[in-house]
Each structure stands twice: as C-alpha cells, then as structure tokens.
Ligand binder design. Structure first.
Ligand SMILES: [Fe+2]
Ligand SMILES: [Fe+2]
Length: 214
C-alpha cells in the first residue's frame, strides 16, 4: 500500500469538484436509461402522489450521500485497483441520482432543501473512513450499500402498487446497490463492528425522517 500524497489528493479533488457541484445542483445526467422510461404514469390521487414524491426525495438524498461517499473513497483510496474497481459503482450512483430526480419532478415534488448539508456530512464521513485505510473505507461502503438496499426494499412496501414507474426505479436501484455491496466485499472490506452498524442505522433513520419532510 502506498502512502497518500497531498498532491494526489489535490489532483483528485479538482476532478471531483465538478461532480460535487452537479450533485448538489441536481444537474446530473444518467448514462443508462431510467427503468421508468417505458412505463405510463399512474393516475394517483394527490395524497399518494405526494407520498411517492416524498419517498423519492428521501431516496434522492440517499443518492446525494452516495455521491459524496464514493467521492470520499476516490479521494482517499490508497490502492489504484480498488479505486478503478469502484468507478463503475460510482457511475451507477450517478444514474440513481438522475433517475430519482426525474421521478421527483414527474410526481410534482422537489428535492431536499438540505442537500448541500447532506452532501457535506457524507463527504466528511467518507473521507474520515478513507483516512482509516482502504479496508475500513470499503467496510463503510459495503455496510452503507447493505442498509440502502434494505431501505429500498422497505419503500417497495410503502409505494402505491399502481405507481409502476416509481417502483421500477426503486427496484432497479436496489439491484444495483446489492452488486455494489458485493463489489466492496470482494475488494476486501472489513466487517464493521456491531455498534458502528447500529449507529449508521440510527443516523439513517434520522436522515430519512427529516428528508421525507424537508
Ligand atoms: Fe444508489
Ligand atoms: Fe450503491
């Protein structure tokens, strides 16, 4: 493992800065078509539509945080193979960001007002985990992906059965998150201690509760 040189970090930071701006501004373009693309909008009543939009705002916040976590990873990774292997997952998170934003718009909702704050918090945590070394960085990523996957499964229970486009996006994202977790584990992620996993779940709960409203 090579030491992390300041100029490497600065070089990477310049590349990531543009991505950060687009993330917070909600101006991200998907590389893959949205799973909702060919599905007709459901005829939802106002309450169901608002509920769907709020759930997608929560998921969009999750994807803003995923951008920050993967950026933190890219900024601090010691191992070039690890960094390159996670690039695909990071690009897919960009798709999720755009897909969930599209759903928010289609449902007449708005993204979280606190996105810059979510982003900054997640980046600080991602860089913090990165400073502990790749094994712990990957452990944090893998556990995040596991919790997001479980959270998205929960949303499939909460979304109206007739809201096919939103359900398709959530299911598509969930499948990707499962693969992202497998990638992080295959790259040598450590197993996070149970108290850390519990703390992450508690934090996730606070975040989703706030983002549902704001
Ligand atoms: Fe994602
Ligand atoms: Fe993911």
């Amino acid at each position: 493992m090579k030491p992390l040189a300041l100029e490497d970090v600065l070089d990477r930071a310049i590349v990531e800065f543009d991505r950060a701006l687009r993330t917070v501004a909600g101006a991200h373009h998907a590389e893959r078509p949205s799973p909702a693309r060919d599905l007709a909008e459901a005829d939802l009543d106002a309450a169901a539509r608002q509920h769907s939009a709020a759930l997608m705002r929560v998921n969009h916040v999750g994807e803003v945080c995923a951008q920050a976590l993967y950026q933190g990873q890219a900024l601090t990774a010691r191992n070039d193979h690890t960094r390159a292997s996670l690039e695909r997952a990071a690009r897919e998170e960009g798709d999720h960001l755009a897909w969930s934003m599209d759903r928010i718009r289609a449902l007449g909702g708005r993204p979280s007002l606190l996105n810059p704050l979510w982003y900054a918090g997640a980046l600080a945590m991602g860089v913090g985990a990165g400073l502990l070394g790749d094994r712990w960085n990957l452990a944090f990523l893998a556990e995040t992906e596991r919790q997001v996957e479980a959270h998205l499964t929960g949303h499939l229970d909460k979304l109206a059965p007739e809201d096919a486009p939103t359900r398709a996006v959530v299911a598509g994202m969930r499948d990707d998150e499962a693969r992202h977790r497998e990638t992080a584990v295959a790259l040598g992620a450590a197993e996070l201690p149970a108290p850390a996993r519990r703390a992450m779940r508690a934090m996730g709960k606070v975040m989703t509760t706030i983002a549902y409203r704001l």
